[in-house]
Unconditional design. Structure first.
Length: 183
């Protein structure tokens, strides 16, 4: 009987800890209007680095530290990927996985339903599926900040993005999310 009671008690406290993490992550996300961060992105083994600013909902401005000076910008409706080599790609944001990653209300609603995994006692992970995309979101176990995401798209491309030096709620320039024109 004591063993049974101990198992129930451990289960109860483990669920309480998970609930505590979820609540803290949700409260942290609700308080964020924008975040600035450095990133390292790995897409199918190709690594790139740079700096991004996200303004919720659906806006992002990334500058890559590569030879072509690639930029990625979303104004909340369209997503542009452009570089100095002359490449210019324009997509409707709703046709990309960023449509979900840049929508904190979507992330919050999915976290509420998702099972939580604590990894190495450092990271908290939630996995969800949307429109044939697998999305893994990672948070720091101490400060509950977003620290990355991993997606697997319909073409089975694995995209892993790590965030560092996260700064929340800065004053942003007005034209930061203006879509650049094609040259």
């Amino acid at each position: 009987m004591k063993k049974f009671f101990f198992i129930i008690l451990v289960f109860f406290f483990n669920n309480q800890a998970f609930s505590f993490n979820k609540e803290n992550i949700i409260q942290n996300l609700k308080s964020i209007e924008n975040i600035k961060f450095d990133f390292e992105q790995n897409i199918n083994g190709k690594t790139e680095q740079g700096m991004c600013i996200i303004e919720y909902p659906l806006k992002i401005n990334c500058k890559y530290n590569n030879a072509n000076k690639k930029i990625l910008i979303s104004n909340g409706k369209s997503l542009v990927i452009k570089n100095n080599a002359g490449s210019y790609y324009l997509y409707p944001i709703e046709k990309t996985v960023l449509n979900y990653i840049l929508d904190k209300n979507f992330i919050i609603s999915e976290i509420k339903k998702a099972e939580e995994r604590v990894i190495d006692n450092k990271f908290i992970n939630y996995t969800f599926f949307k429109d044939e995309n697998e999305i893994n979101i990672f948070f720091d176990n101490k400060n509950y900040n977003l620290i990355g995401w991993q997606t697997l798209d319909i073409y089975q491309n694995l995209n892993i993005t790590y965030l560092s030096s996260v700064i929340k709620n800065q004053k942003l320039k007005k034209n930061l999310f203006k879509i650049p024109l094609q040259d």
